[in-house]
Design a protein around this ligand. Sequence first.
Ligand SMILES: *Cc1c(COP(=O)(O)O)cnc(C)c1O
Length: 396
Amino acid sequence: MGYIVEMGELFLAGNYRRERIAFVRGQGTRLFTEDGDEYLDFTAGIAVCNLGHAHPELVEILKEQAQRLWHTSNLYYTEPQAKLAKKLVELTFGEKVFFANSGAEAVETALKLARRYAFENYGKQKYKFLALNNSFHGRTFGALSVTGQPQYWEGFEPLLPEVTFIPPNDLSVIEEAMNEDICALILEPIQGEGGVHPLSKEFIEKAKELAHKYKALLIFDEVQTGIGRTGKLFAYQHYAIEPDILCSSKALANGLPLSAVIAKKEVMEALKPGTHASTFGGNPIACAVALKVLEIVSEESFLEEVTLKGKILKERIQNLDKYGQIITSIRGLGLLVGIEFKIPSKEIYHQLLAKKILTTTPKPQTLRLTPPLIINYREIDYFIEALEHSLKTIKE
Ligand SMILES: *Cc1c(COP(=O)(O)O)cnc(C)c1O
């Protein structure tokens, strides 16, 4: 084992279950180890490097901005930040943008914004949150408090009180759970960390209708589903509704830390001067890169390709099902794909890893595929052959 892994094991916190692999370079859909081994990346750094590694146009922008200006604090305006906000507004339902650095921070902001908006408009008794079972919104206390997976809470309680959890896709339960005291309901259009479980169109429409009826804000956590991942720039654009607040991060700057909270002007006005802030939020380098990311990803032809590649990938996985019914379901939209197996997903994961293909296992029986959106058809073929071989090996 190389010195990077050894040094990491000695000095890094033990909070991750890392593979004993160290990558030193990335190019497109490929990652290279210190020993020169080449891996095909079907993780994109967990739906982050949507344009792959070392994308030449992004590298160029990053170099240019690094020579020009790194940081000013948010006491001043910078061109990349203002331009990125304008671009996000043009491409979404939103009118105003707040920048932070990570998904959890975007969620924290959304929760604080919802509380503050309710406080300003309806009084301080309207402070409760509605969230979904099996959701994932991040690891900070607020984000963790609306994360509906109790295994992540263990040893960290008490969390934020007054969060009600309901099962996804149950129209009557959400109807019963909604009331005047709720300031916001938060959901992921597709639960990514939860194992790639899409919400139904009916449920999303019901959530919107109830939010409107009870004057609560509808927060879409699109940290994972955004930036072209599902074949639309944001997943809400698949439906005939708009959220009140949208959280974006992960792929927004293709690997640089950046997140955005997008809302209508009337909502964002609740964040008056001094109510919320982030030192690094909207960093000029990250924003300059994100602007280029959005230019590329928002092209209609690019998004159509994502849809097509996702469709082909899923169809081809479906065709493998003839091998002993190991696969029980294939879920997702665009290039966010979950495969559910009758056997532990780790078994398939390790088979693929041995073939130098990287995937993730958000749940014990679910394998998740989030390749860079620039993946080509030949690489999809290669993946399918490897998966087919893995399934055969396991069956034998
Ligand atoms: C990854 C993720 C987060 C947390 O993002 P961090 O950058 O790790 O804080 C929040 N919500 C969703 C839906 C995510 O997938």
